[in-house]
Write a protein that binds this ligand. Sequence first.
Ligand SMILES: Nc1ncnc2c1ncn2[C@@H]1O[C@H](COP(=O)(O)OP(=O)(O)OP(=O)(O)O)[C@@H](O)[C@H]1O
Length: 239
Amino acid sequence: MNPAVFEVQDLTVRFGGVTALDGVSLRHDSGGVVGLIGANGAGKTTFVNVLSGVVRPARGRALLDGHDLTGLPPHLIARAGLTRTFQNLRLFGSLTVLEHLLVPYGARRHGRQRALTLLAEVGLTGTESRHPAELAYGEQRRLELARALALDPRVVLLDEPLAGLAGSESDELMTLFGRLRDGGTTLLLVEHDVPSVLRISDRVLVLDRGRLLADGTPAEVASDPEVRQAYLGDDDVRD
Ligand SMILES: Nc1ncnc2c1ncn2[C@@H]1O[C@H](COP(=O)(O)OP(=O)(O)OP(=O)(O)O)[C@@H](O)[C@H]1O
């Protein structure tokens, strides 16, 4: 069997007496958008934190293309092809927009041109010399995304990328996610906006108190009685 794009085996994370992830195992073999939903405290951010190297699991493994990432620091995981955005933006106040992207591109060939191209892709052309504090909130979110996209990762983890965005801004980002997916990037989308997740995802995972409650197509997950009872309100799943 070919290695999965990403895979977790028996992933278990504890914070003191709290079990944030409880033996989660799954593999994702193709690209596309994988939605990850669940109530507050279900373990979604912890899942992203383990895959991206921010949190070490008590048990289990995380793999990217068959390579064990468990315990590697975030910068090596990023270099291996898995990057992320943060729920609370982590931009550098002293760097300009362009400099944010020149950091990952470093001395690479055509780094500056590639950075400018990427800024155009996320709709930030014209903001190159500004600092994060001079950007609108939606622009800051797009800069965070652009930084995660530098160096052409194979997998990007998006932790609540739509939080705090107006409807039109979040529509634009969803369109961009669709383009990235079509370009072959695998996206793992953690999001409280369930209708958006169901609309864009090829596969939806539902976490409930650290366990994988459901895993299927958006239609399968939206009609799963256990999911509806544990998590989804009827309003959330209506078209
Ligand atoms: N650093 C930490 N220290 C202690 N407990 C933590 C820590 N991080 C997460 N937890 C706990 O682990 C559980 C899972 O949290 P996590 O943030 O992964 O959930 P989530 O599904 O992302 O929630 P939300 O939707 O509210 O962001 C929660 O009970 C949370 O309080």
